[in-house]
Design a protein around this ligand. Structure first.
Ligand code: NAP
Length: 533
């Protein structure tokens, strides 16, 4: 959450135009749903004598831009993973003259979790792709999409063509909840659900056929709120987003009247963030049971952190769950530690222990989704820390835990570096730190010059992966998806299979085709003029 000091701000408006997702607005332009942000913003800054500026709080570190030493060879870096961390790293590298970035992704389409993880009704958040489009059009940037590093080309081979490899592969799995009953039809993970509604190739989602009411979501992070909101929102509204057609069809036939978001700790420990809570409570019917209201009141008295206080204030104002409900609703519930899911064959109930007691609490359930976080996966050719599920590193430089020495030429950024926390923007400072480390090593002569010429890379990759998708191929997919959505008033209708993506990529203009077209047109014009003469 970004706070702007109402006293220190000089109203120059520079942040308004700079924000890539239009998240900063003048007070006068806030929608009714956004009005709570005025009080939240003001409350963040303590009262102080007039004219006194506050001590800066919680600012992202501003790192100096990396400077490549004069006279060095052109720095060439492969980035593996084209999500936010990879794109921000590319942007930071390309601030330096002569740098080449080859961006790899195993899918034919870029942008990682912005495409596959951000909820389809959050199109404003997804508009960060406009910035990524700009980054990818910079001189020195090349796409190698539909290429899996570790399968089509190994880490060692790729290093022959680059000074360094920067892995920004995210956390592709989810944390598993090992309780009885998980795995039966009607149970699954919220991360699979999100991939499914986003039309991620190969994702079938945890839902077969219709959704059975009520839904219990275990965990209360932002992913849990996204899923609860989508399950209870009006399908007609969703039909104007880029949600997958398969998911939309199921949601149109759903009968979800209640989603319970069950947290194991207290209201003050809620993992969701303040802006997401404001967004949820302004669009959905969110309720709290009397016992949980009691916990909120107690937490409010003992909390002095302004953001937590703001969250609790919103929770305190929620209607009682005991009141009769009209329409779908979301109940936020606390102090529920999951024990088992009771069938048979399909969930009927989830059994919890009231946290820190021996009391058993049962909740009716037709669908159970765990939303307890993402999990990183090992990267071929690199060490892996199984406990933290990250690649061990210092400031982004990969470290071999056996020797405590850096792994020459290997770097990480984003969730595979620091674990699955933070927002899209968090990856900017994270990627900048890694790039600073990489450039420092380059300047200190710690990176080997590529042994192969740059042009040889494309030849090798095309031989191993004839279905390589380049920038023109991705643009052809992008244009095709957007035009499929136009008729229905949707931002895009995504291709949900790799085969369909590749068919669209194949319609890209062939290299030289534009030149051929212009030549033909010129010949036509010249011959027309000659005939008239
Ligand atoms: P998260 O924020 O880490 O939340 C995980 C939740 O699972 C917490 O409530 C946690 O409770 C609970 N949990 C963990 N282990 C559990 C267990 N064994 N039993 C019961 N509960 C358990 O994860 P997330 O929601 O997947 O989000 C991942 C990251 O993406 C976060 O940084 C999030 O903010 C970000 N994200 C942001 C947005 C957005 O900005 N719009 C949207 C989606 C995701 P405890 O706190 O008790 O451990």
């Amino acid at each position: 959450m970004l706070h702007i000091d109402p006293v220190a701000c000089v109203d120059c408006g520079a942040c308004v135009s700079a924000c890539p997702v239009d998240a900063i607005l003048p007070e006068s332009r806030l929608s009714a749903a956004q009005l709570p942000f005025i009080a939240i913003n003001a409350a963040f800054y303590p009262d102080r004598p007039e004219g006194k500026l506050p001590v800066a709080a919680k600012l992202a570190p501003v790192l100096p831009a990396p400077r490549i030493r004069d006279g060095a060879a052109a720095l060439t870096v492969a980035i593996i993973g084209s999500g936010p961390a990879g794109m921000y790293a590319a942007d930071e590298l390309l601030t330096q003259r002569g740098v080449r970035v080859n961006m790899f992704d195993k899918l034919p389409v870029p942008y990682g979790l912005v495409r596959a993880g951000v909820a389809p009704d959050h199109q404003k958040t997804k508009s960060i792709t406009r910035l990524f489009d700009k980054i990818s059009r910079q001189r020195g940037f090349e796409y190698y999409l539909n290429v899996e590093v570790g399968q089509h080309i190994s880490h060692t081979e790729l290093l022959n063509y680059h000074h360094g490899l920067l892995y920004a592969v995210g956390a592709p799995g989810d944390r598993r909840l090992e309780i009885d009953g998980m795995g039966m039809p009607g149970t699954g993970s919220a991360t699979d659900f999100v991939a499914w509604i986003n039309g991620q190739p190969g994702s079938t989602g945890p839902i077969a056929g219709t959704i059975e009411d009520p839904v219990v979501i275990i965990g209360n992070g932002n992913v849990a709120l996204d899923v609860a909101r989508i399950l209870t929102s009006d399908p007609d509204g969703l039909a104007h987003t880029d949600i997958s057609d398969a998911a939309l069809k199921v949601l149109q036939h759903r009968a979800v009247r209640e989603v319970v978001v069950a947290a194991r700790r207290d209201p003050r420990d809620s993992a969701f963030t303040l802006p997401e809570l404001v967004g949820l409570t302004s669009t959905a019917n969110v309720v709290l049971a009397a016992a949980d209201h009691e916990l909120v009141r107690r937490d409010l008295e003992t909390t002095d952190d302004p953001v937590t206080h703001a969250k609790l204030t919103i929770l305190a104002g929620l209607p009682d769950a005991e009141a009769p409900a009209a329409g779908s609703r979301i109940r936020l519930a606390y102090r529920l530690t999951p024990q088992r899911i009771i069938g048979p064959g399909h969930p009927r109930r989830v059994e919890f222990i009231r946290t820190a007691t021996t009391e058993t609490v049962g909740l009716d359930a037709g669908l159970v989704l765990t939303s307890i976080g993402y999990r990183g996966a090992p990267v071929a050719g690199l060490p892996f820390d199984e406990t933290a599920a990250v690649v061990p590193n210092r400031d982004g430089r990969v470290i071999d835990p056996r020797t405590a020495e850096p792994v020459r030429g290997a770097y990480v950024a984003g969730w595979i570096k620091r674990g699955p926390t933070g927002f899209i923007g968090t990856n900017k400072s994270c990627a900048m730190q890694t790039v600073a480390t990489l450039v420092e090593d380059f300047n200190n002569g710690l990176l080997d010059d590529p042994r192969q010429p740059p042009a040889a890379l494309e030849t090798l990759i095309r031989a191993r992966q004839p279905d390589l998708v380049d920038a023109a191929g991705w643009r052809a997919i992008d244009v095709a998806e957007i035009s499929r959505g136009e008729a229905a008033g949707r931002p895009r209708v995504k291709f949900t299979s790799v085969a369909d993506m590749l068919s669209a990529a194949a319609t890209r203009p062939r290299p030289g085709a534009r030149l051929g077209e212009l030549r033909a047109r010129l010949t036509e014009l010249v011959s027309g003029r000659n005939q008239r003469r």
